[in-house]
Design a protein around this ligand. Structure first.
Ligand SMILES: Nc1ncnc2c1ncn2[C@@H]1O[C@H](COP(=O)(O)OP(=O)(O)OP(=O)(O)O)[C@@H](O)[C@H]1O
Ligand SMILES: O=P(O)(O)OC[C@H]1O[C@H](OP(=O)(O)OP(=O)(O)O)[C@H](O)[C@@H]1O
Ligand SMILES: O=C(O)c1cccnc1
Ligand SMILES: [Mg+2]
Length: 560
């Protein structure tokens, strides 16, 4: 297969062979000098602990790894730079480096978007030791962040239930890469990855207006008769009508805010969605009855309000009703401060009231978007408060993965020249599983994923209806028989003979894979609080192989 055109997206230009730690090149030289040029190696890329105190992870970043392999080549300027930096290195090594390619590398990996668990090799890299070693840092950097971010996003998806999620993180991210959800405010992410671009406006748009005199354009053409109407007049008429409903006095209504909303509506009459909290969203103390809900702050006595204006919601409704007169349908509001559950109740109640009073069915379903430092726990808490929000805009906590900033994937040598290699450690969690291993996911009759099983390559594959012993890799007494109703082979061949050898999934396919893969995982494993760990096991054969090797390699100490 020709690899031209197999990638749907371009690679970030900084991903190149020098995007690595110096020690990879130092080791490559020392391997080369010792004569390890033809040594055959197998490395496993895996993580040891799920992030965010959770019990699952989403695997991502594979396509970027494959693009890196395809483009892998030390350029003339890379070689010049290395020659200057590593002055004691022999010239022939640089000759060797400049001819180095990934043609002899073989990559097995899990599909992107698969739910994965600790110790399962996400990527198995096979090939000549020098090149496989040189790939370590770059593969790790490409998988670690992408998988952490994908996991974070999946957790928000689970927490948010049916609410839409928009990503607003560009301004807060550590760098310009990364973006997406149901939609993103990041325009380049939209262009490159075909993610719907969405958004509202900033507070600056509202504060930039102070009066109606700044509205130089006042007419809007009706969709009904195509005629121009004085949209400012029409909105002001609606505002007067609504003032008693909102129980405000006219001095509490901000003209600049209304002027800003009018101008935004005239620019986007079919997509009218505005930020209603520049001044106060509504009148305090609340006069709408809430049977089930006590506002977090607003009902506390003497709580100061932000401003003398309480017109955000009123002004939005006035503009939306004026738009409705001309047959345009407003989209909704964004709330970016205060008690967002409480404010969502207030807004929804007004929307329902107006919908009934003026017989406008869609008004009750207007979108209520919430933003402001939202994280997974905030969404879960808002769920308990039975919020009326349809959409969350999430920035900082999504893109910076603030709850846990790194996944901690590692890259360990597990076999050299067909001999198993094992990294020993006092800490059992850090002991690596030696040799080439294949991973299978075994499913129950209910189609739940029961366990992931690692086996040695010469073993019989697990099969449907056949009982198999699954063992905890390190605790002898923890073992169970499983008779799977379905078996999924997790590792697939992705790279051989210098090219990608599988059709790569589109972003949509990956998204679907996340959703199906997650669906097969029991909900107690996915829950936010004290989730149940998923089982990752080894076959009896691999268990014995690993423990024999461990015994052979662990020195017997001597007490004196
Ligand atoms: N009902 C709620 N339940 C749980 N968390 C909430 C609720 N409403 C808002 N929050 C969260 O509480 C925090 C509110 O922050 P804070 O009070 O500092 O800011 P603010 O409302 O923007 O106030 P200000 O406009 O004065 O800066 C945000 O992180 C927000 O996501
Ligand atoms: O999840 P978040 O990190 O809050 O991301 C979104 C935030 O970004 C925007 O404003 P910004 O925070 O720049 O300004 P403001 O909060 O001072 O209005 C927006 O109004 C949200 O508050
Ligand atoms: O479009 C928005 O509402 C938006 C975009 C970026 C950051 N905060 C909000
Ligand atoms: Mg903010």
């Amino acid at each position: 297969m020709n690899t031209e055109g197999v990638f749907s997206r371009q690679q970030n230009g900084v991903v190149q062979p020098l995007l690595t730690d110096l020690y990879q090149i130092t080791m490559a030289y020392a391997y080369w000098k010792t004569g390890k040029v033809t040594d055959h190696s197998i490395f496993d890329l895996f993580f040891r602990k799920n992030p965010f105190q959770g019990e699952f992870t989403i695997f991502a970043g594979l396509e970027e790894c494959l693009k890196f392999l395809q483009a892998f080549h030390f350029s003339q300027s890379d070689i010049e730079y290395l020659k200057q930096t590593m002055s004691s290195v022999e010239d022939e090594f640089f000759e060797f480096l400049s001819n180095l390619s990934t043609n002899d590398v073989v990559i097995y990996a899990l599909d992107e978007g698969t739910v994965v668990f600790p110790r399962i090799p996400l990527i198995r890299v096979e090939g000549p030791l020098i090149i496989t070693q040189l790939l370590e840092t770059t593969l790790l950097t490409l998988v670690n962040y992408a998988s952490l971010m994908a996991t974070n996003a999946a957790r928000y998806r689970i927490a948010a239930g049916n609410s839409k999620l928009l990503e607003f993180g560009l301004r807060r991210a550590q760098g310009p890469d990364g973006g997406g959800f149901d939609g993103t405010s990041n325009v380049l992410a939209g262009k490159l990855y075909d993610i719907p671009v969405k958004g509202t406006h900033a507070h600056a748009y509202v504060t930039s207006f102070t009066s109606f005199s700044e509205l130089l354009m006042r007419t809007l053409h009706s969709k009904i008769d195509g005629k121009p109407y004085d949209f400012v007049q029409l909105t002001i008429k609606w505002r007067s009508e609504l003032v008693p409903l909102f129980k405000v006095v006219i001095t509490e209504v901000n003209d600049g805010e209304l002027a800003a909303f009018i101008s935004f509506a005239m620019a986007f009459p079919d997509q009218f969605m505005v930020l209603v909290d520049t001044y106060d969203v509504e009148r305090y103390p609340c006069h709408v009855t809430y049977n089930t809900f006590t506002p977090r702050q607003k009902c506390l006595p003497n709580t100061p309000t932000h401003s003398k204006y309480r017109s955000g919601l009123l002004n939005f409704c006035a503009v939306s009703l004026a738009l409705n007169d001309l047959a345009f349908q407003a989209v909704g509001i964004r709330i970016d401060s205060g008690d967002i559950a409480y404010l969502s109740f207030v807004a929804r109640e007004y929307f329902i009231k107006i919908s009934a009073k003026y017989e406008i069915p869609w008004f009750k379903d207007l979108i209520i978007m919430a933003s402001n430092d939202i994280n997974e726990e905030t969404i879960l808490s808002l769920n308990e408060q039975e919020h009326k929000i349809n959409c969350f805009g999430i920035g900082t906590h999504l893109v910076t993965c603030q709850k846990q900033p790194s996944l901690g994937c590692v890259y360990k040598l597990v076999e050299l020249n067909h001999q198993p290699r094992m990294k020993l450690s006092q800490d059992v969690a850090k002991v690596s599983l030696p040799g080439r291993k294949d991973a299978y996911r075994l499913f129950s009759e209910r189609e739940d994923a029961l366990i992931d099983l690692l086996i040695r390559p010469d073993e019989e594959q697990p099969s449907v209806g056949t009982k198999i012993l699954c063992r905890h890799p390190f605790e002898e007494s923890r073992r169970a028989y499983v008779t799977p109703s379905k078996v999924e082979k997790l590792h697939k061949l992705y790279w051989k003979d210098g090219r990608v050898c599988r059709t790569l999934p589109s972003l949509e396919d990956i998204r679907n894979n996340v959703s199906t893969s997650l669906k097969s995982i029991r909900s107690d494993i996915k829950r936010n609080h004290n989730p149940t760990p998923y089982k990752v096991a080894v076959s009896d054969n691999l268990y014995n192989f690993l423990h024999n090797l461990w015994m052979e390699n662990a020195p017997i100490g001597e007490l004196t």
